[in-house]
Write a protein that binds this ligand. Structure first.
Ligand SMILES: Cc1cc2nc3c(=O)[nH]c(=O)nc-3n(C[C@H](O)[C@H](O)[C@H](O)COP(=O)(O)OP(=O)(O)OC[C@H]3O[C@@H](n4cnc5c(N)ncnc54)[C@H](O)[C@@H]3O)c2cc1C
Length: 416
């Protein structure tokens, strides 16, 4: 089977790239070992946001560092045996997220973020899945004045970048969400943020649209990819697919994959869990909330309230240790009358995160006709469609809507 481009990985990032290439007249094969959107893009918190201006950063204040050192912080947990392996990544992250680094990060990420919502909605409209998007915005809640003060930089940046947000007193928050329990200090409302009612439904609708327009979705192992006579070939369930160009969009599995080509990138799996819950006495939540100091998000979804955790540093493939979920569940019950869990076991996935918090977008260093589109960290569901557009523009030789320089793999100095 001959194609113009093979896209490896059918999460939100890969399926978006495939659609965007197809819009530019390319014949595309999309390869995944599972169905469309069934891994990380399945289990996220479903937030499509522009205010993700700050990367996950190592705290610089002593009290938080001590909490982290004792592995007590619900928002960030680690497997102690994994620390020596993750230490070089954490050190790079520490270096990259000083004040100057944070400003530079915000400038770069906003070049993508400002197009993220319109690009998603455009694809969603074409794929007839706009009904999964809600215009309700979301609420970030603070338990203490200290917690609110710690987000001052985010609020200041949001103001500078023109991202609307409104500080709310507790009674104003409860006027919006009457079933929230009292006990928090303040809230901030972000009205522009879109939230989806079931992330997998969105990815699968994009996949169906891609197939309806003649795209081919194949089951197969990306690791069968070979280069022969100037073409890439990969083995799918319907035979061998071949194309002159390939795109790596394997989410948290991308880093191992590109290592085969001598490309060494500081990308770590930041694991996270979710579980759905019912509610007590018909309580309702109209929009997602983030309990900022506890580091979790609660999003009303199609199968219940989805409670998602912060970060767990552990081997991507190590068995699940949902300690954070056990920590935050009682905290979530302090804020909202959660009912019983829907599933017996929590879901576990991994955010594919780079050491500077920016995705990797652009050509693979030293490997002809191989393109990279991964490392979107906690924003991959948001940034999939705009990243796909930029990669498609670059592959097709069009001017890119956004300068890709800050996102190129070469910034890490790796590669061959
Ligand atoms: C708890 C949690 C909450 C999150 N919340 C949000 C949020 O609210 N908003 C947001 O924007 N982002 C969020 N994220 C991040 C977001 O989910 C990810 O960044 C995004 O899903 C990454 O998409 P992807 O397509 O790169 O990866 P994936 O969705 O993981 O897709 C990669 C695909 O590659 C396939 N694959 C891997 N190896 C192979 C192989 N060898 N052969 C064939 N196929 C292979 C996999 O099967 C998979 O389908 C969250 C993440 C977590 C874990």
């Amino acid at each position: 089977m001959n194609f113009d481009v093979i896209v490896l990985g059918a999460g939100m990032v890969g399926v978006s790239a495939a659609l965007q290439l197809q819009e530019r007249g390319r014949k595309v094969a999309l390869i995944d070992r599972r169905g469309v959107g069934e891994e990380t893009s399945y289990g996220n918190a479903g937030i499509v946001e522009r205010e993700g201006l700050l990367p996950m950063a190592i705290p610089r204040d002593f009290a938080r560092l001590v909490r982290y050192a004792f592995n007590r912080a619900p928002e960030a947990n680690y497997h102690p045996t994994f620390l020596p392996r993750i230490a070089p990544f954490l050190w790079r992250l520490f270096e990259a997220t000083g004040r100057t680094g944070l400003e530079a990060h915000a400038r770069s990420i906003d070049t993508l973020g400002r197009f993220a919502i319109p690009e998603h909605r455009r694809l969603a409209q074409a794929a007839e899945v706009l009904d999964a998007f809600r215009d309700t915005g979301w609420l970030r809640l603070y338990r203490t004045s200290r917690g609110l003060a710690a987000d001052a930089l985010l609020h200041d940046m949001a103001m500078r970048y023109g991202i609307e947000h409104r500080p709310l007193a507790p009674d104003e928050v409860r006027a919006m969400e009457p079933d929230l329990k009292p006990g928090f200090h303040a809230g901030v409302f972000w009205p522009e943020t879109q939230t989806v009612t079931w992330p997998e439904r969105v990815s699968k609708a994009y996949g169906r649209r891609f197939e309806a327009l003649g795209g081919k979705v194949l089951r197969g192992d990306a690791r069968t990819l070979k280069r022969e006579d100037g073409r890439w070939t990969v083995v799918g369930d319907e035979g061998e697919a071949s194309a002159p160009v390939a795109v790596v969009a394997l989410g948290p599995w991308s880093v191992d994959f590109v290592a085969r080509f001598g490309i060494d990138l500081p990308v770590a799996a930041e694991r996270g869990y979710h579980r759905h819950y019912g509610t007590e006495r018909g309580a309702r939540l109209g929009r997602p909330i983030v309990d900022v100091e506890a580091g979790y998000c609660l999003n009303p979804m199609e199968r219940g309230l989805r409670l998602t955790t912060g970060i767990e540093f552990a081997d991507r493939d190590a068995p699940a240790t949902p300690r954070q979920l056990a920590q935050i569940e009682p905290m979530a019950r302090e804020i909202f009358p959660l009912g019983a869990p829907v599933e017996a076991e929590p879901w576990l996935g991994s955010r594919p995160a780079t050491a500077d918090g920016l995705p990797v977008l652009g050509p693979a260093p030293g490997v002809p006709d191989l393109w990279l589109d991964f490392g979107h960290g906690y924003l991959g569901f948001t940034l999939g469609p705009i990243s796909g557009r930029l990669i498609a523009e670059a592959i097709c030789g069009e001017p890119t809507l956004v300068d890709l320089t800050p996102f190129r793999a070469e910034r890490f100095g790796g590669g061959r």
